[in-house]
Ligand binder design. Structure first.
Ligand code: UD1
Length: 385
């Protein structure tokens, strides 16, 4: 299926239309070197999302160079030698000479490499900052030296902290982190900071204040700020994609760093019920990894249209509760129904639900995979070791 979004503009500037959801055709999957084909460097290209991004770029006729450090936080076993036919170069972004050696002839960098997740303990802190922020700093410095001025950054909705909320009396409010005593007493919904009233959750837009609530979130905010400063100083273009909860084939099996979809899927595969924390009413936006790859393709194109720094929610626009996600997945997998445990984690926020309007208006990106279809596939799709 090929889906065309017609002529689109980015911040008022027209650019070539996006095609999304293509079937990978036959023939070489390695990209073409004929004519003025955009040459894209994908960092973290052997990871869960990076693999799909590489395949989408190749399918769309871009030339692709794949970097991956094979970090043990993302890869329990060494990464493959090739992704969609493209060789994987083992480069750690903290290694400045190695990064410098990859940038000749590159038009756009798509920066997916990162340590993700909530972290296990504070021993992880230097590694998060090293991989995510020092790695990004080295990449940006070497891009500037090599004259590469277009960047797509894999950011995350974690930069927002809690989602958007409105108090019936005080309008939009930013709830404080939830107190342990409230969570332990089963009071999961954040309250108005002024009057304590129950809040109505709403859609987070990209101009919401940044309020990171974990080490990982802080490193993603730092990436956004570093790339913004780089853009101002170099005149380069950055499209920051704030991924919501990505799921789909090739997701790593559960580790302490995994997102909830992989944890539920791994439990079901082992014949166990998914364990739903809090009361299961917390909302997220689950976006399919092929949609995220299509968003990256659109973003690569958009970086050719103008300069500056701009962030986009990459979301399906169709929120679900964690309880609904668990039930849908259990049903599709034919496994035991979820158990709601009332456990809670300090770094967790209650609801983060995005408005995907800006990405649709300016990138021409709209998610194509519905949750029921995506989960039906994910329930049986292979996970990564
Ligand atoms: C997740 C990712 C984050 C990523 C973001 C956007 C992790 C740990 N978090 O954030 O890296 O940037 O999506 O793509 O990778 N839960 C359960 N049972 C479990 C585990 C979790 O009910 O076994 C609940 C949690 O309490 C939480 C929700 O599921 O309410 C989502 O958890 P999770 O996917 O870990 O974190 P996000 O904050 O959504």
């Amino acid at each position: 299926m090929t889906k065309s979004y017609g002529t689109v503009t980015w911040a008022g500037v027209p650019y070539e239309p996006l095609t999304a959801g293509r079937d990978p055709g036959p023939g070489p999957r390695f990209g073409s070197t004929v004519g003025a084909v955009t040459h894209v460097l994908v960092t973290g290209g052997a990871g869960f999302i990076g693999t799909h991004v590489v395949a989408a770029l190749l399918d769309a006729g871009r030339q692709v160079t794949v970097l991956d450090a094979g970090h043990p936080g993302a890869h329990r076993t060494p990464p493959p030698d090739t992704v969609a036919g493209a060789p994987v170069r083992r480069v750690d972004l903290r290694d400045r000479p190695a990064v410098a050696g990859t940038l000749a002839g590159i038009d756009v960098v798509v920066h997916q490499a990162a340590m993700v997740g909530l972290g296990v303990d504070l021993d992880d802190l230097p590694e998060y900052v090293g991989c995510n922020d020092l790695g990004t700093a080295v990449l940006l410095a070497e891009m500037a030296r090599a004259g590469v001025h277009r960047l797509v950054l894999a950011s995350s909705m974690v930069v927002y902290g809690e989602g958007a909320y409105t108090c019936p009396r005080h309008g939009p409010v930013r709830p404080a982190p939830r107190a342990v005593a409230d969570l332990a007493a089963g009071r999961y919904e954040p309250a108005c900071t002024v009057c304590g009233a129950a809040l109505a959750p709403g859609l987070v837009g990209e101009d919401a204040p940044l309020d990171p609530r974990s080490v990982y979130a802080a490193t993603k905010v730092a990436q956004e700020h570093l790339t913004s400063a780089w853009s101002r100083q170099t005149g380069g273009t950055v499209v920051a994609l704030r991924y919501h909860n990505v799921y789909g084939p090739g997701m790593p099996r559960d580790t302490p760093y995994s997102g909830v979809a992989a944890i539920f899927r791994s439990a079901l595969e082992a014949g166990r019920a998914p364990r739903v924390f809090e009361d299961g009413g917390q909302r997220r936006d689950f976006v399919h990894v092929r949609d995220v790859a299509a968003a990256n393709l659109a973003a690569v194109t958009a970086t050719g249209a103008r300069t500056g720094w701009r962030a986009y929610n990459i979301a399906s626009g169709r929120p679900a509760t964690i309880g609904e996600m668990a039930a849908e997945l259990a049903r599709a997998a034919g496994g035991p129904p979820p158990v709601v445990t009332g456990e809670f984690r300090l770094g967790d926020v209650r609801h983060v639900v995005a408005s995907p309007a800006r990405a649709e208006a300016e990138l021409g990106f709209r998610a194509a995979v519905g949750l029921a279809d995506g989960v039906a596939e994910f329930a049986h799709a292979p996970l990564r070791g």
